[in-house]
Design a protein around this ligand. Sequence first.
Ligand code: BG6
Length: 488
Amino acid sequence: MPSITVEPCTFALFGALGDLALRKLFPALYQLDGAGLLHEDTRVIALAREPGSEQEHLAFIASELRRYVGAELDEAVVERFLSRLSYLHVDFLKADDYVALAEMAGSAQRVIAYFATPAAVYGAICENLSKVGLAENTRVVLEKPIGSDLESSRKVNDAVAQFFPENRTYRIDHYLGKETVQNLIALRFANSLFETQWNQNYISHVEITVAEKVGIEGRWGYFDKAGQLRDMIQNHLLQLLCLIAMDPPADLSADSIRDEKVKVLKALAPISPEGLTTQVVRGQYIAGYSEGKPVPGYLEEPNSNTQSDTETFVALRADIRNWRWAGVPFYLRTGKRMPQKLSQIVIHFKEPSHYIFAPEQRLQISNKLIIRLQPDEGISLRVMTKEQGLDKGMQLRSGPLQLNFSDTWRSARIPDAYERLLLEVMRGNQNLFVRKDEIEAAWKWCDQLIAGWKKSGDAPKPYAAGSWGPMSSIALITRDGRSWYGDI
Ligand code: BG6
Protein backbone atom coordinates (compact mmCIF):
# COMPACT_ATOMS: atom_id res chain seq x y z
CA MET A 1 0.00 0.00 0.00
CA PRO A 2 1.23 3.52 -0.72
CA SER A 3 2.63 5.36 2.27
CA ILE A 4 1.14 8.69 1.28
CA THR A 5 -2.47 9.75 1.29
CA VAL A 6 -4.06 11.71 -1.47
CA GLU A 7 -7.31 13.60 -1.04
CA PRO A 8 -10.21 12.99 -3.43
CA CYS A 9 -10.65 15.43 -6.27
CA THR A 10 -12.48 16.12 -9.49
CA PHE A 11 -9.83 16.29 -12.15
CA ALA A 12 -11.05 18.41 -15.09
CA LEU A 13 -8.79 17.96 -18.08
CA PHE A 14 -9.21 20.70 -20.70
CA GLY A 15 -7.91 19.70 -24.12
CA ALA A 16 -8.55 16.03 -23.36
CA LEU A 17 -8.38 14.87 -26.97
CA GLY A 18 -5.05 16.56 -27.65
CA ASP A 19 -1.73 14.84 -28.05
CA LEU A 20 -0.39 15.67 -24.58
CA ALA A 21 -3.51 14.41 -22.81
CA LEU A 22 -3.61 11.16 -24.76
CA ARG A 23 0.09 10.45 -24.78
CA LYS A 24 1.01 11.55 -21.26
CA LEU A 25 -1.81 12.67 -18.98
CA PHE A 26 -4.29 9.80 -19.19
CA PRO A 27 -1.49 7.21 -18.95
CA ALA A 28 -0.10 9.08 -15.92
CA LEU A 29 -3.50 9.10 -14.20
CA TYR A 30 -3.88 5.42 -15.03
CA GLN A 31 -0.49 4.65 -13.44
CA LEU A 32 -1.43 6.58 -10.32
CA ASP A 33 -4.64 4.58 -10.15
CA GLY A 34 -2.67 1.35 -10.53
CA ALA A 35 -0.32 2.40 -7.73
CA GLY A 36 -3.28 3.06 -5.42
CA LEU A 37 -2.61 6.80 -5.49
CA LEU A 38 -6.00 7.98 -6.69
CA HIS A 39 -8.55 8.29 -3.95
CA GLU A 40 -11.55 6.05 -4.58
CA ASP A 41 -13.79 9.12 -4.90
CA THR A 42 -11.58 10.84 -7.48
CA ARG A 43 -13.32 11.53 -10.76
CA VAL A 44 -11.82 12.54 -14.08
CA ILE A 45 -13.72 14.73 -16.54
CA ALA A 46 -12.35 14.93 -20.06
CA LEU A 47 -13.25 18.28 -21.63
CA ALA A 48 -12.78 19.04 -25.30
CA ARG A 49 -14.41 21.10 -28.02
CA GLU A 50 -14.46 18.40 -30.69
CA PRO A 51 -17.98 17.45 -31.78
CA GLY A 52 -19.11 13.85 -31.36
CA SER A 53 -20.83 11.73 -28.74
CA GLU A 54 -19.54 11.09 -25.25
CA GLN A 55 -19.50 7.37 -25.95
CA GLU A 56 -17.40 7.78 -29.07
CA HIS A 57 -14.83 10.03 -27.33
CA LEU A 58 -14.55 7.82 -24.28
CA ALA A 59 -13.96 4.80 -26.50
CA PHE A 60 -11.24 6.72 -28.32
CA ILE A 61 -9.57 7.79 -25.07
CA ALA A 62 -9.70 4.20 -23.83
CA SER A 63 -8.08 2.84 -26.97
CA GLU A 64 -5.36 5.52 -26.90
CA LEU A 65 -4.75 4.76 -23.23
CA ARG A 66 -4.22 1.08 -24.01
CA ARG A 67 -1.91 2.03 -26.87
CA TYR A 68 0.27 4.41 -24.85
CA VAL A 69 0.46 2.34 -21.68
CA GLY A 70 1.48 -0.58 -23.84
CA ALA A 71 3.07 -3.68 -22.38
CA GLU A 72 2.52 -2.73 -18.73
CA LEU A 73 -1.27 -2.63 -19.17
CA ASP A 74 -3.43 -4.18 -16.46
CA GLU A 75 -7.02 -4.54 -17.70
CA ALA A 76 -8.43 -4.45 -14.18
CA VAL A 77 -6.82 -1.05 -13.61
CA VAL A 78 -8.01 0.17 -17.01
CA GLU A 79 -11.58 -0.75 -16.11
CA ARG A 80 -11.33 0.95 -12.74
CA PHE A 81 -9.84 4.05 -14.31
CA LEU A 82 -12.47 4.21 -17.05
CA SER A 83 -15.23 3.97 -14.46
CA ARG A 84 -13.96 7.30 -13.05
CA LEU A 85 -13.96 8.97 -16.43
CA SER A 86 -16.63 11.04 -18.16
CA TYR A 87 -16.62 13.33 -21.17
CA LEU A 88 -17.99 16.83 -21.57
CA HIS A 89 -18.20 18.81 -24.77
CA VAL A 90 -17.19 22.40 -23.99
CA ASP A 91 -16.51 25.51 -25.96
CA PHE A 92 -13.76 26.86 -23.70
CA LEU A 93 -14.86 30.44 -24.39
CA LYS A 94 -18.57 29.98 -23.52
CA ALA A 95 -19.47 30.43 -19.89
CA ASP A 96 -22.77 28.54 -20.34
CA ASP A 97 -20.89 25.39 -21.26
CA TYR A 98 -19.27 25.35 -17.81
CA VAL A 99 -22.58 24.95 -15.98
CA ALA A 100 -22.56 21.22 -16.71
CA LEU A 101 -19.00 20.99 -15.39
CA ALA A 102 -20.04 22.69 -12.15
CA GLU A 103 -22.92 20.22 -11.84
CA MET A 104 -20.62 17.28 -12.42
CA ALA A 105 -18.10 18.58 -9.92
CA GLY A 106 -21.02 18.85 -7.49
CA SER A 107 -19.85 19.01 -3.94
CA ALA A 108 -16.26 17.97 -4.68
CA GLN A 109 -14.02 19.58 -2.10
CA ARG A 110 -11.24 19.93 -4.56
CA VAL A 111 -11.26 20.55 -8.29
CA ILE A 112 -8.08 20.35 -10.30
CA ALA A 113 -8.36 22.07 -13.67
CA TYR A 114 -5.58 21.05 -16.01
CA PHE A 115 -5.14 23.24 -19.09
CA ALA A 116 -3.67 21.17 -21.90
CA THR A 117 -4.80 23.86 -24.33
CA PRO A 118 -3.11 26.84 -25.98
CA ALA A 119 -2.15 29.43 -23.36
CA ALA A 120 -4.26 32.02 -25.19
CA VAL A 121 -7.42 30.51 -23.65
CA TYR A 122 -6.12 30.08 -20.07
CA GLY A 123 -7.55 33.44 -19.01
CA ALA A 124 -10.97 32.68 -20.51
CA ILE A 125 -11.12 29.24 -18.89
CA CYS A 126 -10.27 30.76 -15.51
CA GLU A 127 -12.91 33.42 -15.89
CA ASN A 128 -15.54 30.87 -16.85
CA LEU A 129 -14.62 28.56 -13.99
CA SER A 130 -15.07 31.48 -11.68
CA LYS A 131 -18.44 32.41 -13.23
CA VAL A 132 -19.86 28.99 -12.39
CA GLY A 133 -18.51 29.10 -8.85
CA LEU A 134 -15.55 26.82 -9.46
CA ALA A 135 -12.76 29.20 -8.48
CA GLU A 136 -12.91 28.74 -4.75
CA ASN A 137 -11.30 25.35 -4.19
CA THR A 138 -9.77 24.81 -7.57
CA ARG A 139 -6.10 24.39 -8.35
CA VAL A 140 -5.19 25.28 -11.90
CA VAL A 141 -2.41 23.57 -13.79
CA LEU A 142 -0.85 25.47 -16.70
CA GLU A 143 1.07 23.67 -19.40
CA LYS A 144 4.00 25.29 -21.12
CA PRO A 145 4.57 27.33 -23.20
CA ILE A 146 3.25 30.21 -21.12
CA GLY A 147 3.67 33.00 -23.63
CA SER A 148 6.37 33.47 -26.19
CA ASP A 149 8.22 36.30 -24.46
CA LEU A 150 8.16 38.23 -21.21
CA GLU A 151 5.28 40.45 -22.21
CA SER A 152 2.98 37.71 -23.46
CA SER A 153 3.79 35.45 -20.50
CA ARG A 154 2.90 38.30 -18.13
CA LYS A 155 -0.43 38.70 -19.90
CA VAL A 156 -1.25 35.01 -19.45
CA ASN A 157 -0.11 34.98 -15.82
CA ASP A 158 -2.03 38.16 -15.03
CA ALA A 159 -5.19 36.84 -16.65
CA VAL A 160 -4.99 33.67 -14.53
CA ALA A 161 -4.08 35.62 -11.39
CA GLN A 162 -7.35 37.58 -11.57
CA PHE A 163 -9.14 34.41 -10.52
CA PHE A 164 -6.53 32.11 -8.97
CA PRO A 165 -3.89 33.03 -6.41
CA GLU A 166 -0.28 31.92 -6.91
CA ASN A 167 -0.59 29.23 -4.25
CA ARG A 168 -3.25 27.46 -6.33
CA THR A 169 -1.49 27.96 -9.68
CA TYR A 170 0.75 25.10 -10.81
CA ARG A 171 2.96 25.82 -13.83
CA ILE A 172 4.31 22.70 -15.42
CA ASP A 173 7.85 22.14 -16.55
CA HIS A 174 7.76 18.38 -16.96
CA TYR A 175 11.54 18.11 -16.49
CA LEU A 176 11.02 18.93 -12.82
CA GLY A 177 8.94 15.77 -12.48
CA LYS A 178 11.66 13.50 -13.80
CA GLU A 179 12.98 11.25 -11.06
CA THR A 180 16.62 11.99 -11.84
CA VAL A 181 16.03 15.73 -11.92
CA GLN A 182 14.62 15.53 -8.40
CA ASN A 183 17.63 13.47 -7.52
CA LEU A 184 19.82 16.50 -8.23
CA ILE A 185 18.60 17.98 -4.96
CA ALA A 186 19.40 14.80 -3.04
CA LEU A 187 22.75 14.44 -4.73
CA ARG A 188 23.81 18.00 -4.02
CA PHE A 189 22.45 18.54 -0.55
CA ALA A 190 22.60 15.10 1.03
CA ASN A 191 26.25 14.44 0.16
CA SER A 192 28.80 16.62 1.90
CA LEU A 193 31.37 15.25 -0.52
CA PHE A 194 29.73 17.25 -3.28
CA GLU A 195 28.26 20.17 -1.43
CA THR A 196 31.61 21.26 -0.05
CA GLN A 197 33.11 21.25 -3.54
CA TRP A 198 30.21 22.84 -5.36
CA ASN A 199 31.67 26.22 -6.32
CA GLN A 200 34.23 28.07 -8.40
CA ASN A 201 37.10 26.90 -6.20
CA TYR A 202 36.68 23.31 -7.34
CA ILE A 203 34.53 23.27 -10.48
CA SER A 204 35.93 24.44 -13.78
CA HIS A 205 32.81 24.26 -15.94
CA VAL A 206 29.44 22.59 -16.37
CA GLU A 207 27.81 21.08 -19.46
CA ILE A 208 24.10 20.52 -19.88
CA THR A 209 23.04 18.59 -22.97
CA VAL A 210 19.46 17.77 -23.87
CA ALA A 211 19.57 16.05 -27.23
CA GLU A 212 16.64 14.51 -29.05
CA LYS A 213 16.76 12.02 -31.86
CA VAL A 214 13.34 12.98 -33.18
CA GLY A 215 12.64 15.88 -35.50
CA ILE A 216 9.55 17.97 -34.93
CA GLU A 217 7.12 15.06 -35.33
CA GLY A 218 4.32 16.79 -37.17
CA ARG A 219 4.31 19.76 -34.78
CA TRP A 220 5.49 22.27 -37.36
CA GLY A 221 2.65 24.71 -36.63
CA TYR A 222 3.65 25.06 -33.00
CA PHE A 223 7.36 24.54 -33.28
CA ASP A 224 8.07 26.95 -36.08
CA LYS A 225 6.67 29.83 -34.04
CA ALA A 226 8.68 28.77 -31.01
CA GLY A 227 12.07 27.35 -31.99
CA GLN A 228 14.47 25.50 -29.75
CA LEU A 229 15.32 28.48 -27.52
CA ARG A 230 11.72 29.05 -26.47
CA ASP A 231 10.76 25.37 -26.57
CA MET A 232 13.66 23.94 -24.54
CA ILE A 233 16.16 26.49 -23.20
CA GLN A 234 13.70 28.96 -21.67
CA ASN A 235 12.24 26.21 -19.53
CA HIS A 236 13.86 22.76 -19.29
CA LEU A 237 17.54 23.70 -19.65
CA LEU A 238 17.33 26.81 -17.49
CA GLN A 239 15.53 24.80 -14.82
CA LEU A 240 18.33 22.23 -14.86
CA LEU A 241 20.87 25.03 -14.68
CA CYS A 242 19.03 26.47 -11.65
CA LEU A 243 19.01 23.16 -9.81
CA ILE A 244 22.74 22.75 -10.39
CA ALA A 245 23.65 26.34 -9.60
CA MET A 246 21.31 27.38 -6.80
CA ASP A 247 22.46 27.93 -3.23
CA PRO A 248 21.21 25.48 -0.62
CA PRO A 249 17.60 26.39 0.22
CA ALA A 250 16.73 26.89 3.89
CA ASP A 251 14.41 23.88 3.68
CA LEU A 252 12.56 21.81 1.13
CA SER A 253 9.48 24.03 0.96
CA ALA A 254 8.36 25.14 -2.47
CA ASP A 255 9.11 28.78 -1.85
CA SER A 256 12.55 28.20 -0.35
CA ILE A 257 13.59 26.23 -3.42
CA ARG A 258 11.99 28.64 -5.84
CA ASP A 259 13.55 31.66 -4.13
CA GLU A 260 16.98 30.16 -4.75
CA LYS A 261 16.21 29.32 -8.37
CA VAL A 262 15.04 32.86 -9.09
CA LYS A 263 18.29 34.24 -7.70
CA VAL A 264 20.23 32.16 -10.23
CA LEU A 265 18.08 33.32 -13.12
CA LYS A 266 18.51 36.92 -12.10
CA ALA A 267 22.28 36.43 -11.85
CA LEU A 268 22.60 35.17 -15.44
CA ALA A 269 24.85 37.57 -17.32
CA PRO A 270 23.15 39.15 -20.33
CA ILE A 271 24.77 38.16 -23.61
CA SER A 272 26.33 41.10 -25.43
CA PRO A 273 25.95 41.66 -29.20
CA GLU A 274 29.52 40.33 -29.67
CA GLY A 275 28.68 37.38 -27.42
CA LEU A 276 25.86 36.49 -29.79
CA THR A 277 28.42 35.37 -32.34
CA THR A 278 31.01 33.85 -30.00
CA GLN A 279 28.86 32.53 -27.18
CA VAL A 280 25.69 31.38 -28.91
CA VAL A 281 25.08 29.08 -31.86
CA ARG A 282 21.73 28.57 -33.58
CA GLY A 283 21.32 25.69 -35.93
CA GLN A 284 18.69 24.18 -38.20
CA TYR A 285 18.83 20.58 -39.39
CA ILE A 286 19.10 19.71 -43.02
CA ALA A 287 18.48 16.26 -44.50
CA GLY A 288 20.62 13.51 -43.05
CA TYR A 289 20.32 10.12 -41.40
CA SER A 290 18.64 8.87 -38.27
CA GLU A 291 19.35 5.28 -37.25
CA GLY A 292 20.81 4.69 -40.69
CA LYS A 293 17.67 5.84 -42.53
CA PRO A 294 17.47 9.03 -44.58
CA VAL A 295 15.35 11.75 -42.97
CA PRO A 296 14.25 15.12 -44.37
CA GLY A 297 15.59 18.49 -43.31
CA TYR A 298 13.53 20.86 -41.19
CA LEU A 299 12.43 22.85 -44.24
CA GLU A 300 11.25 19.65 -45.95
CA GLU A 301 9.11 18.42 -43.05
CA PRO A 302 5.35 18.06 -43.81
CA ASN A 303 3.51 21.44 -43.82
CA SER A 304 6.74 23.36 -43.65
CA ASN A 305 7.46 26.85 -44.82
CA THR A 306 10.59 26.65 -46.89
CA GLN A 307 11.70 30.14 -45.88
CA SER A 308 11.69 29.54 -42.14
CA ASP A 309 14.72 30.56 -40.13
CA THR A 310 13.52 28.97 -36.90
CA GLU A 311 16.29 27.23 -34.98
CA THR A 312 16.14 23.53 -34.12
CA PHE A 313 19.43 23.62 -32.22
CA VAL A 314 20.98 26.00 -29.72
CA ALA A 315 24.32 25.84 -27.96
CA LEU A 316 25.44 28.64 -25.69
CA ARG A 317 27.71 29.62 -22.92
CA ALA A 318 25.98 31.13 -19.89
CA ASP A 319 27.79 32.87 -17.04
CA ILE A 320 26.38 33.38 -13.58
CA ARG A 321 27.34 36.56 -11.80
CA ASN A 322 27.73 35.52 -8.20
CA TRP A 323 30.41 34.38 -5.81
CA ARG A 324 29.75 30.67 -6.23
CA TRP A 325 30.05 30.60 -10.02
CA ALA A 326 32.35 33.47 -10.96
CA GLY A 327 34.49 32.29 -13.88
CA VAL A 328 32.65 28.97 -14.25
CA PRO A 329 30.92 28.76 -17.64
CA PHE A 330 27.77 26.71 -18.09
CA TYR A 331 27.64 25.27 -21.61
CA LEU A 332 24.10 24.45 -22.69
CA ARG A 333 23.27 22.48 -25.79
CA THR A 334 19.98 21.18 -27.11
CA GLY A 335 18.73 20.11 -30.50
CA LYS A 336 16.34 18.04 -32.54
CA ARG A 337 17.57 15.27 -34.85
CA MET A 338 20.72 14.58 -32.89
CA PRO A 339 22.38 11.15 -33.07
CA GLN A 340 20.71 9.94 -29.88
CA LYS A 341 18.24 10.89 -27.16
CA LEU A 342 20.32 12.01 -24.26
CA SER A 343 19.87 14.38 -21.33
CA GLN A 344 23.02 14.69 -19.36
CA ILE A 345 24.79 17.08 -17.03
CA VAL A 346 28.55 16.93 -16.68
CA ILE A 347 30.28 18.72 -13.82
CA HIS A 348 33.97 19.14 -14.61
CA PHE A 349 36.11 19.57 -11.51
CA LYS A 350 39.36 21.49 -11.58
CA GLU A 351 42.75 19.83 -11.77
CA PRO A 352 44.59 19.15 -8.52
CA SER A 353 46.38 22.31 -7.43
CA HIS A 354 49.85 20.74 -7.49
CA TYR A 355 50.62 18.41 -10.38
CA ILE A 356 53.16 15.60 -9.95
CA PHE A 357 52.49 13.16 -12.81
CA ALA A 358 53.99 12.93 -16.30
CA PRO A 359 53.22 16.06 -18.36
CA GLU A 360 51.63 14.10 -21.22
CA GLN A 361 48.98 12.74 -18.86
CA ARG A 362 47.95 16.17 -17.71
CA LEU A 363 45.06 16.70 -20.10
CA GLN A 364 42.96 13.90 -18.70
CA ILE A 365 43.41 14.86 -15.05
CA SER A 366 40.14 16.11 -13.74
CA ASN A 367 37.24 14.49 -12.01
CA LYS A 368 33.91 14.56 -13.75
CA LEU A 369 30.52 13.96 -12.28
CA ILE A 370 28.17 12.75 -14.99
CA ILE A 371 24.51 12.90 -14.17
CA ARG A 372 22.51 11.01 -16.72
CA LEU A 373 18.88 12.14 -16.70
CA GLN A 374 17.67 9.98 -19.55
CA PRO A 375 17.89 7.30 -20.80
CA ASP A 376 19.73 4.87 -18.44
CA GLU A 377 19.28 7.18 -15.47
CA GLY A 378 22.25 7.20 -13.19
CA ILE A 379 25.32 8.93 -11.87
CA SER A 380 28.91 8.26 -12.66
CA LEU A 381 31.96 9.87 -11.11
CA ARG A 382 35.09 9.66 -13.21
CA VAL A 383 38.08 9.27 -10.92
CA MET A 384 41.75 8.88 -11.69
CA THR A 385 43.50 5.67 -10.71
CA LYS A 386 46.77 4.00 -11.59
CA GLU A 387 46.82 1.42 -14.34
CA GLN A 388 47.56 -2.02 -12.95
CA GLY A 389 50.55 -4.08 -13.94
CA LEU A 390 54.26 -4.39 -13.28
CA ASP A 391 55.03 -2.76 -16.60
CA LYS A 392 52.79 0.24 -16.08
CA GLY A 393 54.66 2.60 -13.73
CA MET A 394 52.52 5.55 -12.60
CA GLN A 395 50.35 5.56 -15.67
CA LEU A 396 46.99 7.12 -14.94
CA ARG A 397 43.58 6.20 -16.22
CA SER A 398 40.15 7.61 -15.69
CA GLY A 399 37.53 5.11 -14.53
CA PRO A 400 33.91 5.39 -13.40
CA LEU A 401 32.38 4.96 -9.98
CA GLN A 402 28.96 4.15 -11.22
CA LEU A 403 25.41 4.18 -9.91
CA ASN A 404 22.86 3.07 -12.43
CA PHE A 405 19.39 3.63 -10.97
CA SER A 406 17.55 0.89 -12.82
CA ASP A 407 20.20 -1.77 -12.06
CA THR A 408 20.57 -0.76 -8.45
CA TRP A 409 16.89 -0.51 -7.61
CA ARG A 410 15.63 -3.11 -10.03
CA SER A 411 12.22 -3.53 -8.47
CA ALA A 412 11.35 0.13 -8.62
CA ARG A 413 9.82 1.29 -11.87
CA ILE A 414 10.96 4.81 -12.83
CA PRO A 415 7.73 6.79 -13.07
CA ASP A 416 7.04 9.15 -15.91
CA ALA A 417 7.46 12.83 -15.01
CA TYR A 418 3.73 13.50 -15.39
CA GLU A 419 2.82 10.86 -12.80
CA ARG A 420 4.90 12.65 -10.20
CA LEU A 421 3.58 16.07 -11.22
CA LEU A 422 -0.10 15.08 -11.18
CA LEU A 423 0.39 13.43 -7.82
CA GLU A 424 1.99 16.57 -6.39
CA VAL A 425 -0.85 18.76 -7.65
CA MET A 426 -3.31 16.44 -5.91
CA ARG A 427 -1.22 16.70 -2.74
CA GLY A 428 -1.01 20.47 -2.99
CA ASN A 429 2.77 20.52 -3.15
CA GLN A 430 4.16 23.28 -5.38
CA ASN A 431 7.78 22.22 -5.07
CA LEU A 432 8.03 20.91 -8.61
CA PHE A 433 6.18 23.76 -10.26
CA VAL A 434 7.48 27.01 -11.60
CA ARG A 435 6.59 30.27 -9.88
CA LYS A 436 5.56 33.33 -11.87
CA ASP A 437 8.76 35.24 -11.13
CA GLU A 438 10.88 32.27 -12.29
CA ILE A 439 9.12 32.12 -15.64
CA GLU A 440 9.48 35.85 -16.04
CA ALA A 441 13.17 35.94 -15.15
CA ALA A 442 13.80 33.12 -17.64
CA TRP A 443 11.90 34.98 -20.36
CA LYS A 444 13.77 38.17 -19.65
CA TRP A 445 17.09 36.44 -20.25
CA CYS A 446 15.86 34.66 -23.39
CA ASP A 447 14.22 37.79 -24.79
CA GLN A 448 17.57 39.54 -25.10
CA LEU A 449 18.87 36.62 -27.18
CA ILE A 450 15.82 36.59 -29.39
CA ALA A 451 16.06 40.36 -29.86
CA GLY A 452 19.77 40.06 -30.70
CA TRP A 453 19.11 37.37 -33.31
CA LYS A 454 16.36 39.44 -34.84
CA LYS A 455 18.58 42.47 -35.05
CA SER A 456 21.51 40.62 -36.58
CA GLY A 457 19.28 38.86 -39.10
CA ASP A 458 21.72 35.94 -39.18
CA ALA A 459 20.24 32.68 -40.41
CA PRO A 460 20.71 29.56 -38.28
CA LYS A 461 23.68 27.39 -39.23
CA PRO A 462 22.82 24.17 -41.03
CA TYR A 463 23.69 20.79 -39.53
CA ALA A 464 23.00 17.36 -40.93
CA ALA A 465 20.23 15.39 -39.22
CA GLY A 466 21.93 12.74 -37.11
CA SER A 467 24.92 14.94 -36.20
CA TRP A 468 25.76 16.80 -32.99
CA GLY A 469 24.91 20.20 -34.47
CA PRO A 470 26.76 22.84 -36.46
CA MET A 471 30.56 22.88 -36.37
CA SER A 472 30.44 26.25 -34.67
CA SER A 473 28.94 24.59 -31.58
CA ILE A 474 32.21 22.70 -31.26
CA ALA A 475 34.17 25.92 -31.75
CA LEU A 476 32.06 27.54 -29.04
CA ILE A 477 33.58 25.29 -26.39
CA THR A 478 37.02 24.60 -27.91
CA ARG A 479 37.61 28.36 -28.00
CA ASP A 480 37.69 28.11 -24.19
CA GLY A 481 40.14 25.18 -24.36
CA ARG A 482 37.47 22.53 -23.64
CA SER A 483 35.37 19.98 -25.48
CA TRP A 484 31.87 18.54 -25.16
CA TYR A 485 32.12 15.50 -22.94
CA GLY A 486 32.60 12.28 -24.80
CA ASP A 487 30.90 13.66 -27.82
CA ILE A 488 29.20 11.30 -26.81
C1 BG6 B 1 8.74 19.43 -24.61
C2 BG6 B 1 9.07 20.12 -25.91
O1 BG6 B 1 8.54 20.37 -23.60
O2 BG6 B 1 9.80 18.56 -24.25
C3 BG6 B 1 9.32 19.09 -26.99
O3 BG6 B 1 7.97 20.95 -26.29
C4 BG6 B 1 10.37 18.11 -26.57
O4 BG6 B 1 9.72 19.73 -28.20
C5 BG6 B 1 10.03 17.53 -25.19
O5 BG6 B 1 10.41 17.08 -27.53
C6 BG6 B 1 11.17 16.68 -24.66
O6 BG6 B 1 10.77 16.02 -23.50
P1 BG6 B 1 11.44 14.65 -23.03
O7 BG6 B 1 10.80 14.36 -21.73
O8 BG6 B 1 11.12 13.65 -24.09
O9 BG6 B 1 12.91 14.91 -22.94
